[in-house]
Design a protein around this ligand. Structure first.
Ligand code: SF4
Length: 466
């Protein structure tokens, strides 16, 4: 700049940043969510695909959209069946492998890989079971140019991001007084409570109340990832067998049958795990023969992505300690005493497993309860009150109404779809109402493949109005 030269103020040419030449991955997801593309798209395997519903937008781990419904067509001939599954969105085809989806079974149900652009070498995405995933290049199949669509996408990209658009039932529910909406949700929650109770009723009838409780608690300790193997363990090592064993034998049987007793040399282990393991192997090598037929392969367990505190080893250790407490837990159910039931579970302890997440790994930074308060809260909702409802349905309904429950993914989608804005935040936290949302989501939203067109829930609500 020359000395003495006058500098004049230059106004900006535009108040807005010019749109980026290509969208971000989140913006491509927003295009898909808002369906700002042609209604029939072309795939890279020579087919066309009609998008019936874009699916639920998943903002956590796993595929970007679930429950997407589409109809493929080849040479003008439409498939008879609608295809329902997940959709994964990326900017470019090779991102599929770069993000490890080619070897992740969580992506096996992907029915479409949607990318913004595909330049250069061809790339065909495949699942971990070697199925080719049809791919759509969205950038060339939009309703308008990207700069024109960008403001529309921006309007949905506010946090918290939506998971679904409002459903056909939303205006119907909106016309009802809020007490009526609450009644409907509580009725759906009570129905869910009975469904759960019915399951335990049959297990109790076929086995015994203690065995039904043993299986129910094992399943609940397995969280979502390991519910089935935990239930199998409780069935293959029934309560009557385990209660006849001392504490170390219970651990040896549970860990041995589940495949969690490492067979390799223990020479490199620290003293504490080495002593623990040696003690258990001394019991297990003699007991193993009669349970050989029932051993669970390690592949049954889902370990990837689990927080250390949720590892199945800690859950098995908790189950071993719960076994002698089953009669006391039963008494708490009979006395409809949720506090006592919760306190018994919170008191479950194991000096080794409170400090470890695995046998061979480094100890936890600090000692942690085997069953925390959050898990106990879930167990009260999913096991205690359903079991109480077998003998005293009204007490169970009152008990669940008095509890609060954080909205999980499915309940959040359901409340977004139904737009239940009339309900107070306090009512929305009520466990019975949250259970009702989950039941409606499961029975209607999750089975619908018509973007609400064929769902009968709105008509059902209208019929209740009369
Ligand atoms: S599928 Fe049925 S219950 Fe779900 S949002 Fe649509 S109309 Fe409502």
């Amino acid at each position: 700049m020359k000395v003495g030269m006058k500098i004049r103020y230059q106004p900006p040419r535009s108040l807005r940043e010019p749109p980026a030449s290509i969208p971000s991955e989140l913006e491509v997801q927003a295009i898909w969510f808002e369906q700002l593309h042609q209604s029939v798209l072309t795939t890279d395997d020579g087919r066309t695909v009609e998008i019936i519903q874009p699916g639920f937008w998943n903002h956590g781990g796993g595929p970007d959209f679930t429950q997407t419904a589409v109809r493929f067509a080849k040479e003008g001939r439409k498939d008879k069946e609608i295809t329902v599954g997940n959709v994964e969105v990326h900017l470019r085809p090779a991102d599929w492998n770069a993000h490890g989806h080619d070897s992740d079974p969580a992506y096996d149900n992907t029915i479409l890989h949607v990318v913004w652009e595909a330049r250069g070498k061809s790339f065909f995405p495949a699942t971990s079971s070697f199925r080719r995933v049809p791919q759509i290049v969205l950038g060339s199949q939009l309703l308008a140019s990207w700069p024109e669509l960008q403001p529309l996408c921006a309007s949905v990209l506010h946090y918290p991001l939506p998971a679904s658009t409002p459903g056909r039932c939303s205006p119907v529910l909106d016309e009802l007084p809020k007490e009526r909406v609450t009644d409907i949700l509580r009725a759906a929650g009570t129905f869910r409570l009975r469904q759960k109770a019915r399951r335990w009723f049959w297990r109790r009838h076929l086995t015994s109340p203690e065995q039904a409780l043993h299986e129910a608690l094992a399943e609940a300790l397995g969280f979502h990832a390991n519910q089935i193997p935990m239930r199998l363990v409780a069935q293959r090592l029934p309560w009557t067998k385990l209660r006849s064993l001392d504490a170390n034998s219970r651990l040896a049987h549970l860990f041995g049958l589940s495949g969690f007793l490492p067979g390799e040399s223990t020479a490199k282990l620290r003293t504490e795990p080495k002593t623990w393991l040696r003690k258990l192997w001394e019991i297990w090598w003699k007991a193993r023969g009669e349970l050989d037929y029932a051993l669970l392969p390690r592949s049954q367990w889902k370990l990837a992505g689990l927080r250390p505190l949720n590892r199945p080893e800690r859950r098995l250790a908790a189950l071993a300690q719960i076994v002698p407490k089953i009669p006391a837990l039963r008494q708490a159910i009979e006395a409809v005493d949720a506090d006592r039931f919760g306190k018994i579970l919170l008191s479950v302890g194991d000096p080794f497993w409170e400090k470890h997440a695995t046998i061979t790994g480094t100890p936890l930074p600090s000692s942690c309860r085997l069953i925390g308060e959050e898990r106990v809260h879930d167990i009260l909702i999913n096991i205690f009150w359903p079991m109480v409802s077998l003998d005293d349905p009204e007490a169970a309904q009152r008990g669940l109404s008095a509890m609060t429950m954080a909205s999980n993914g499915a309940a959040r989608i359901a409340s977004q779809r139904m737009l239940i804005s009339a309900l107070s935040p306090k009512a929305m936290r009520e466990a019975l109402i949250q259970q009702g949302l989950l039941q409606i989501f499961r029975d209607y939203c999750q089975t619908d493949c018509s973007q609400c067109r064929n769902c009968t829930f709105p008509e059902l609500v209208k019929s209740w109005e009369r």
